[in-house]
Design a protein around this ligand. Structure first.
Ligand SMILES: *Cc1c(COP(=O)(O)O)cnc(C)c1O
Length: 349
């Protein structure tokens, strides 16, 4: 199995976010660029004009610094812990301080890195400082470059919680008058100018995943194409079964194509009996279970031969469709591909 990453498509998606409002568009490249390779993608966004990047951990930040220039801003969403000191300092990372304890630890360590971000929790109840601690945080000498929060339902324009979080964010941000403000990820960026503030933080939309739960919004381009070679073709009789557990029984004589892709490559096993492949231009169902390195696909009536390539994600089989078949989200489909072999095309060198 092979993942082909279209850097030009990713750049076009970043430009779509940048053009939505007057806010700066950052690029979220955590989890190795949503499974598609943080370094080449970040370099592509950087060349297109991105200056601010978000990762989850200091280790991701240090790796990203090595891939980018010294001027890029690299924010670490996971927070600041004393053990992060050397990495934050040496790679000039900007920790996102998620509470009083982290803020105090960061000051005690001598404000290492490239300034800080203050994250206030306005209703997600995951990361971020509780609103009750804002006064105490503001009393510290933090001078944050950015104050941010995160929407729980940014992908749902009808969610009442969006407006509640926005009002709480506006009030909390008053405590940090010099700081720029950021509230929205991919979904929130489509909620309109009231949600843009100074900086938006798109992730999944950059990689071609739908930002809104119900779809719609400005079109984004597919970034990942996943292909697998046909390893073997066989003809089976009516009544024969396919794969582990014999979960598929042929209702009539069939031609079955065995492809070189499986859950060890990051193809979700929950696609068993539910997923599709595009083979010789035709969309065909997977038959039986996904194995470690193999899947079996209905190739009846198709002119296919060993060595042909099939698409598992690609034109005519979008990442959100694959996610729906697997019972999950584009986020998980993409990040599951982290271990697969990758190639890149496009991108201003
Ligand atoms: C992951 C993340 C993002 C990006 O979210 P998408 O939905 O992928 O756009 C932005 N902000 C925070 C705090 C995040 O954790």
């Amino acid at each position: 199995m092979r993942v082909e990453v279209d850097l030009d498509a990713a750049i076009a998606n970043w430009r779509t976010f940048a053009a939505l409002s007057s806010a700066e568009a950052a690029a979220v490249v955590k989890a190795d660029g949503y499974g598609l390779g943080a370094a080449p993608l970040a370099r592509a966004f950087r060349a297109a004009g991105a200056t601010t990047f978000f990762v989850a951990t200091p280790a991701e930040g240090a790796a990203l610094r090595a891939a980018l220039d010294a001027e890029a801003t690299i924010c670490v969403l996971g927070g600041y812990r004393a053990e992060d000191l050397a990495m934050v300092r040496d790679a000039r990372l900007r920790p996102v301080l998620n509470g009083l304890d982290q803020a105090q630890a960061w000051i005690a360590a001598g404000r290492p890195g490239d300034g800080c971000v203050v994250h206030v929790d306005t209703g997600m109840n995951r990361l971020g400082a509780p609103l009750a601690d804002i006064g105490a945080l503001a009393a510290l000498d933090l001078r944050p470059a950015l104050v941010m929060s995160h929407l729980a339902c940014g992908g749902d324009p009808g969610a009442a919680l969006n407006g509640v979080q926005r009002r709480r964010f506006l009030e909390a941000a008053l405590a940090f008058p010099g700081a720029r403000r950021s509230l929205s990820a991919s979904g929130g960026a489509f909620l309109g100018p009231d949600y843009a503030f100074d900086l938006v933080r798109p992730g999944v939309g950059l990689y071609g995943g739908a930002p809104l739960d119900a779809g719609g919004g400005p079109p984004l381009r597919a970034v990942a194409r996943v292909t697998a070679p046909v390893l073997q073709i066989r003809t089976i009789e009516a009544g024969a079964t396919v794969g582990y557990g014999a979960t598929f029984t042929a209702p009539h004589p069939m031609q079955v194509a065995t492809l070189g892709a499986g859950y060890a490559d990051g193809l979700l096993r929950s696609l068993s009996g539910r997923g599709y492949a595009v083979l010789a231009g035709a969309r065909r169902p997977m038959l039986g279970r996904v194995s470690m390195d193999l899947i079996t696909v209905d190739a009846t009536g198709l002119a296919v031969a060993p060595g042909d390539e099939a698409d598992l994600i690609g034109p005519g089989l979008g990442v959100d469709e694959v996610a729906a078949a697997a019972g999950t989200l584009a986020y998980e489909v993409l990040t599951s591909l982290r271990g697969a072999a990758r190639t890149y095309k496009g991108g201003a060198a």
